[in-house]
Design a binder for this molecule. Structure first.
Ligand code: SF4
Ligand code: SF4
Length: 310
C-alpha cells in the first residue's frame, strides 16, 4: 500500500513539559464533534489505583503543567484527589471543563475547588448564539454555559490570577476563522449581551475522528473535509505541533502523543505496553506517531489544545 505523507514524516518529540490526564469517556453531553465519542454511558473511567500512581509519578518529576480532560473530568470521582495532591506540590493545573457539568448540583462544588487551588479552566463554547451551541452540544447547553460562566466571573475567574479560556471549534465541516478577530468578537458579544468576561479564546480545528467522522459520513462530506484539510496544510506549523512537548495519559495509564491519538488507540512509539508510571520521562525523544488526522493540527495557522500554533 502506498505510504501517505504522514506515514513518511519523521519528527521527534523534544521531551515533555505538559501532561494531559484523560480521566475517561463519561460525559453529560453527546456533542456532534466529539473525537472521543464521550457520553453519559462512557464506562472507561480512571480508577483510584491509576490516579494515585500517575499523581506520584508527576510529583516525583519536574513536569509543572498538568491538564485534566475527559469526557467530563468532573464525572470521575478521583479528580478532586488529583487536584488536592498535585496542588500540594505547586503544579500548574488546568481543567478542560464543558461548563454545563458545573450547572448540575452534584458537581457545583468543583467551582470552589478550582478557585481554592487556582486551577485554570478551559471550556468549549463553539458560538455566542444559543441555536448553534445547542445544535452541537445539546438542547439547553448554551443557557447552562452562560449561567456557569456568570458564576465563574462572580467567583473571580476571568481576571487576575484565576483564568478562564474559551475554545471555539466549527459547528460543521469548515475551518475556524482568524483566532484574534474571533476573540475580539466573542469578548464584545459576551460582554454586551451577558456581561461575561474571559481571558483568551482558542480556535481549534475539528479532527475527523469518531463522532465527527460519523457526522462527516452522514452528510457525505468526509472526502471533501479531508481535501479541505490537505488544501490548507501549512508545513510551517510542523515546528510547533503540540505533540512535540505534550503527552496524554488514558484512564489505564497508557501514553499517547496527544488526545487525538488516544481516541484512535495510537500509543506512543515503543511504549505500547508501558504505563505512565514506568516511563523514563527524562528521555522521551522518540518519533511522534502521525496519521491522516494530523492534517487537522496543521492547517493555516495550526491548531492545538491551546489554539493556533503560529
Ligand atoms: S466534546 Fe467534550 S463535552 Fe462534548 S461530548 Fe465530548 S467530552 Fe463531552
Ligand atoms: S493529531 Fe496533532 S498533536 Fe496529535 S500527533 Fe497528530 S499532529 Fe501531533
Amino acid at each position: 500500500m502506498k505510504k501517505s505523507y504522514w506515514n513518511e514524516l519523521t519528527i521527534k518529540r523534544t521531551g515533555v513539559s505538559i501532561v494531559q490526564i484523560n480521566l475517561g469517556n463519561a460525559c453529560n453531553q453527546v456533542c456532534t464533534h466529539c473525537h472521543l465519542s464521550a457520553s453519559p454511558s462512557g464506562s472507561n473511567n480512571m480508577e483510584i489505583d491509576a490516579a494515585k500512581k500517575i499523581s506520584q509519578k508527576l510529583i516525583d518529576s519536574d513536569i509543572q503543567n498538568i491538564e485534566f480532560t475527559g469526557g467530563a473530568p468532573e464525572m470521575n470521582p478521583h479528580l478532586a484527589f488529583l487536584i488536592e495532591e498535585l496542588s500540594k506540590h505547586d503544579k500548574n493545573l488546568c481543567v478542560r471543563s464543558n461548563l454545563t457539568i458545573l450547572d448540575q448540583p452534584k458537581y457545583k462544588d468543583y467551582i470552589e475547588l478550582y478557585k481554592k487551588h487556582k486551577v485554570n479552566i478551559i471550556s468549549s463554547l463553539p458560538c455566542v448564539t444559543e441555536e448553534v451551541v445547542d445544535k452541537q452540544r445539546g438542547r439547553g447547553a448554551f443557557e447552562k454555559s452562560i449561567r456557569v460562566l456568570k458564576q465563574l466571573n462572580e467567583m473571580g475567574f476571568g481576571e487576575s490570577d484565576l483564568s478562564i479560556d474559551l475554545v471555539y471549534n466549527p459547528a460543521a465541516d469548515f475551518l475556524p476563522s482568524d483566532q484574534c478577530q474571533l476573540e475580539l468578537f466573542y469578548k464584545k458579544s459576551l460582554s454586551e449581551q451577558y456581561d461575561i468576561k474571559f481571558n483568551n479564546l482558542f480556535t481549534m480545528v475539528n479532527s475527523p475522528i469518531n463522532r465527527f467522522d460519523e457526522f462527516l459520513n452522514n452528510i457525505d462530506k468526509k472526502d471533501a473535509y479531508y481535501q479541505l484539510l490537505r488544501d490548507n496544510h501549512n508545513p510551517k506549523t510542523l515546528d510547533k505541533i503540540m505533540c512535540k512537548n505534550c503527552m496524554t495519559i488514558d484512564y489505564q495509564g497508557y501514553a499517547y502523543d496527544c488526545d487525538f491519538n488516544l481516541a484512535l488507540g495510537l500509543k506512543m512509539k515503543s511504549l505500547n505496553n508501558v504505563r505512565f508510571w514506568d516511563i523514563d520521562l527524562k528521555n522521551l525523544t522518540q518519533e511522534i506517531v502521525f496519521d491522516e488526522h494530523c492534517y487537522a493540527c496543521t492547517v493555516n495557522q495550526g491548531s492545538s489544545c491551546q489554539g493556533k500554533l503560529i
